[in-house]
Design a protein around this ligand. Structure first.
Ligand SMILES: [Zn+2]
Length: 310
């Protein structure tokens, strides 16, 4: 009985797809369109990663089963997409690169909290972080540099220009803080940067463990666990836009743009900012449309991706 049913359904599907192919005279159906969209997103993600971590990602590779990998400077391979369906909790625990890049970070000002599970940049690939910033406490500590914020010194990871990005952000903000009270109130006192610890209540390393995150001045409404959404939204709206913009300009994402808000938290994540900058809109006429193709290294990444992912 069941078999007969399946035969009938298959028959109708076949008739139907033949009809569609004839009618539109093109050889695609809905499934291949989705595959095409997946392909475009994968290429864009890989390009953003290669642009964000140029010294660390040496190559990309696609195996016989169509699993795509980054090849790191150390020789380690990092899988782009494990193709498993995950809950948000599972993504927090075990995100692959695709999970970390899926939600687009908004570069515009926001006045409302993001939706509950919209947390662009909050999923992290620990494999990637360890390759770039150090795979143990000792190794990370060896990569830290003291950064002069003019009002205090903090430790930040010197790899992949993270410390340089923090320095440059503060060079923008410190002069501004002298005339702008809202900026001043966000900056002083700084609550901390490097701290090798787990995220409270979990077994996951905090991004502060890698020396790539800074907590600015604290307010009791800053964190989704401490405060109601209403209080969080009030704090969000009182927060200095200049501070957020200066950090974003230097490749930091802001925890204020997460449904699980963390308003005092900024994290150096160039791949997330690059994706927001170049691929937030849906124009897919050419998959890399928006980036500067005149730049020889970017052109080389595009060629590499086109060659490996034909
Ligand atoms: Zn933090």
């Amino acid at each position: 009985m069941k078999k007969t049913f399946i035969y009938i359904i298959t028959f109708f599907l076949l008739i139907n797809s033949t009809y569609i192919a004839k009618a539109s005279n093109i050889d695609i159906n809905a499934a291949s369109l989705n595959a095409n969209e997946y392909d475009i997103k994968m290429k864009q993600d890989l390009l953003c990663l290669m642009m964000a971590y140029p010294e660390y990602i040496k190559d990309i590779n696609c195996d016989d089963n169509n699993y795509v990998y980054l090849i790191m400077k150390s020789g380690k391979k990092i899988l782009y997409d494990d193709k498993k369906v995950k809950t948000p909790e599972e993504k927090l625990e075990n995100a692959d690169l695709q999970d970390t890049m899926e939600q687009i970070y908004p570069l515009t000002n926001i006045s409302k909290l993001m939706d509950k599970n919209y947390d662009p940049g909050r999923y992290r690939s620990y494999e990637l972080l360890k390759e770039i910033y150090g795979s143990s406490k000792q190794q990370i500590e060896g990569n830290l540099k003291s950064v002069n914020l003019k009002y205090t010194h903090v430790l930040f990871n010197n790899n992949n220009k993270a410390a340089e990005a923090l320095e440059s952000t503060m060079q923008n903000l410190i002069p501004l803080s002298r005339e702008n009270e809202a900026v001043r109130r966000c900056l002083f006192p700084c609550m901390g940067t490097f701290n090798y610890r787990l995220v409270a209540g979990t077994n996951r390393l905090s991004p502060h463990s890698f020396g790539i995150a800074i907590d600015l001045a604290s307010d009791k409404r800053d964190y989704w666990k401490w405060s109601s959404p209403k209080q969080g939204e009030e704090r969000l709206n009182s927060y200095s836009r200049e501070v957020v913009e200066a950090f974003e300009k230097n490749n930091f994402i802001w925890g204020g743009k997460w449904g699980h808000f963390d308003i005092l938290h900024f994290e150096y994540r160039p791949e997330i900012i690059l994706k927001a900058k170049y691929f937030a809109n849906g124009d897919k006429s050419v998959w890399y449309k928006g980036v500067n193709e005149e730049d020889a290294s970017i052109k080389a990444y595009i060629d590499k991706i086109n060659e490996v992912l034909k």
